[in-house]
Design a protein around this ligand. Structure first.
Ligand SMILES: *Cc1c(COP(=O)(O)O)cnc(C)c1O
Length: 426
């Protein structure tokens, strides 16, 4: 292909197919531009984005404040490594720890790296503070979890596709059913070697499963009573997505004053990623108080890019946008509107059976088997109607637009979704 010819969608897809590993199965749409809640394909067609890059783009595509901070820092200093100090990291560390209410942060890049960091931190704390014998620590995880793609993380996944033929697996994990306090109590009291409980406050990838109202508070209380670290993976649910700054904030809408609310569950270790950069740059973080974080000493953990000046500048801008634009409150009110409109429709629908979620992290369950391709076909029709969404598992479609959406746009989207679902009524 000549460099003068314009790349078509078909060309771009053919290139990825030929030269890229086939580790994804994308919806056939080739995007070349984004702004706020919209993205455009290479032919110029405009879409509402209802995936937000798996909730990385909560602040909207190419937010000028975030892009501005990134460009300015990129022209000044990009990377020093942690062999030297840089003038942005300390300011960011103070900012992010105050923002979320922890003593310290350990900066990483991707969500999976931050989960790995939290697991290492938990194990080290278990041996050096709790007094578990070396190599005997166990961490409790939930069935249906998604925490990333590293060898250790897939070791405790029960998604066969993510696991099979990647063994041998990392030992030291106990799997229990999600949203099951009795199972947690049984597991936590079954042994003196339990170091931590790793949990998603809402299981996103599994299909947006919202646990019972009091699940997280009860789980936290069990952890406290048994000197076990409560580790919240808020890579997808955090940063205003579910209608509060963090999903562990429960029903408060107080932005940064979450610790004052009774419903707030304070994790011992908080894991953030995705929207920590507003989708501009890979930035992740592990937050904890000194009693836990201080077990890590120089040389024991690190990352060449973790805590680089661009990441620090971008994350501060991205978190400023969340507060300045009150994205948690917006996600909460638009989420309520979304679910009530969809619930009304579903009452008489034969193709959709359920809408569930919190804030702007929602899913619609399609009336077909998990093996059917109906949800995929609906997503293709949504694409044709100008809205991009993707099935999570089988017959479940996740709907998670950028949180900068306004009410008129949301209503427009609801009518596109209902119109499309009606094309599939039986
Ligand atoms: C996306 C995600 C991760 C992994 O993040 P990556 O940046 O893709 O490594 C971990 N946990 C949860 C809950 C996620 O949604």
């Amino acid at each position: 292909m000549s460099v003068l010819e314009k790349l078509t969608s078909a060309d771009a897809i053919a290139l990825e197919d030929q030269y890229g590993a086939h580790n994804y199965h994308p919806l056939p749409v080739v995007l070349s531009r984004g702004e706020g809640v919209y993205v455009w394909d290479v032919e110029g067609k405009k879409y509402y984005d209802f995936l937000s890059a798996y909730s990385a783009v909560n602040q909207g595509h190419c937010h000028p404040k975030i892009v501005g901070a990134m460009v300015q820092q990129a022209q000044t200093l990009t990377l020093t490594s942690r062999a030297f100090y840089n003038d942005k990291l300390g300011a960011y560390e103070e900012f992010v720890t105050n923002y979320f209410g922890f003593d310290k942060v350990l900066p990483m890049n991707t969500g999976a790296e931050a989960v790995e960091t939290a697991l290492k931190l938990c194990r080290k704390w278990a041996y050096e503070r709790k007094g578990i014998n070396e190599n005997e620590a166990q961490i409790i995880v939930c069935e249906g979890n998604f925490h990333g793609r590293t060898t250790t993380i897939i070791s405790f996944s029960n998604d066969e596709n993510a696991r099979k033929n990647f063994g041998p697996y990392t030992a030291g994990f106990i799997k229990i059913p999600y949203d099951d306090v009795a199972a947690l109590e049984q597991a936590i009291t079954s042994s003196k070697n339990i170091a931590g409980f790793l949990v998603e406050p809402i299981q996103g990838e599994a299909g947006v499963y919202v646990p019972s109202e009091d699940y997280l508070a009860k789980a936290k209380a069990l952890c406290e009573a048994n000197n076990v670290l409560f580790i919240a993976d808020e890579v997808q649910t955090g940063i205003a997505r579910t209608g509060s700054l963090l999903a562990v904030c429960g029903n408060c809408s107080c932005e940064n004053q979450c610790e004052k609310q009774a419903s707030y569950v304070t994790p011992d270790i908080l894991i953030l990623g995705k929207a920590l950069s507003g989708g501009a740059y890979p930035v992740s973080a592990v937050l904890a108080n000194d009693a836990i974080m201080n077990v890590i000493k120089p040389g024991q953990h690190g990352s060449t890019f973790g805590g680089n000046p661009i990441a620090a500048a971008v994350a501060m801008a991205a978190l400023d946008v969340v507060s300045e634009e009150q994205l948690a409150l917006n996600a909460r009110s638009l989420g309520n509107l979304f679910r009530s409109e969809l619930t009304n429709y579903i009452e008489t629908s034969t193709i959709a059976t359920l809408v569930r979620g919190k804030g702007l992290l929602n899913a619609v369950v399609i009336n077909d088997t998990e093996e059917s391709d109906t949800a995929w076909n609906i997503c293709m029709a949504l694409r044709d109607n100008g809205l991009l969404a993707k099935p999570t598992h089988g017959n479940i479609i996740r709907f998670a637009p950028p949180l900068v959406m306004n009410e008129a746009q949301l209503k427009d989207c609801v009518s596109i979704i209902i119109k499309t679902l009606k094309q599939f009524e039986k």
